[in-house]
Design a binder for this molecule. Structure first.
Ligand code: XBP
Ligand code: MG
Length: 252
């Protein structure tokens, strides 16, 4: 009878095998006091009188990706900048300078959010595979994470690796392909509605840990929404992951 085989198949398919983490807002609060001042330093260095205050930056976060964010700002506040023949090169230059400033800021130490380091080490020690799916530039991850923590991640999907950034599912699909795992065997951990849409688009069960800029966003479709990961352990993650089928059924 196929019963025993069928049961084993269901069991195997439902096992949590990997955690896929977003970076900005999820691993650390990098946006307001990390990326934002780095953009401003790049603008000042280039002789531009642009200044992104915390509120404006929150607004600009509706698009992911630093180059895309500069383009959105220009479209709204400096349309003449976009008229230049070499605009794409200018944006690339500005963004490269921004990355340089961000790396300097990271060197002074941006702390990880509560529970993050403990959970990463527990998950790795328990045999769960770890990966990253982010919109940010790859060097920023190396600067944010201590080498021994970075080494826990088996695959890192970042920045321009894929043509379409979050909320498109591309970066999560890329990471799943790298891991050779089906989405159902993984759990994504995200902080934003854009990230959630990206993860759900790739079929991933997703847990939200709200961040400074993302609190109160629309997180429908998430398995759960938590203020942070401080009290989260592996047993809870496995339980949560096990509930994804119920949600899928109840959403039909
Ligand atoms: C967040 C982003 C990034 C960062 C800035 O990515 O959208 O654009 O704000 O980094 P995630 P770059 O939440 O997916 O980690 O300037 O390098 O793009
Ligand atoms: Mg994020």
């Amino acid at each position: 009878m196929t019963c025993a085989y069928g049961w084993r198949k269901v069991k195997l398919a439902s096992m949590l095998e990997a955690l896929i983490f977003d970076v900005d807002g999820t691993l650390a609060e990098t946006e307001r006091d990390g990326h934002r001042p780095a953009f401003n330093a790049a603008f000042a260095e280039a002789g531009l009188d642009w200044h992104w205050d915390a509120a404006l930056y929150g607004d600009l976060l509706q698009v992911t990706g630093g180059k895309e964010r500069i383009r959105l700002f220009c479209a709204r506040h400096a349309p003449e900048f976009l008229q230049q023949a070499n605009v794409e090169a200018r944006i690339k230059e500005l963004h490269a300078a921004k990355t340089r400033h961000y790396l300097e800021l990271c060197a002074t130490g941006i702390p990880l959010r509560p529970g993050v380091e403990r959970l990463l080490r527990e998950a790795h020690a328990a045999g769960l595979r770890l990966a990253i799916a982010t919109t940010t530039t790859p060097e920023n991850i190396t600067a944010l994470l201590a080498p021994d923590l970075l080494a826990l991640f088996e695959k890192v999907g970042a920045g321009d690796t894929v043509p379409n950034k979050k909320p498109a599912p591309d970066i999560y699909l890329w990471v799943l392909a790298q891991l050779y795992l089906p989405a159902a065997a993984c759990l994504a951990i995200e902080d934003s509605a854009n990230g959630l849409r990206s993860a759900l688009g790739a079929g991933l069960p997703t847990l939200i840990t709200e961040a400074q800029y993302t609190r109160g966003e629309n997180f429908s479709g998430a398995l759960d929404v938590l203020p942070d990961l401080a009290d989260v352990n592996l047993r809870q993650l496995r339980q949560l992951h096990g509930r994804r089928g119920e949600r899928a059924t109840s959403q039909q």
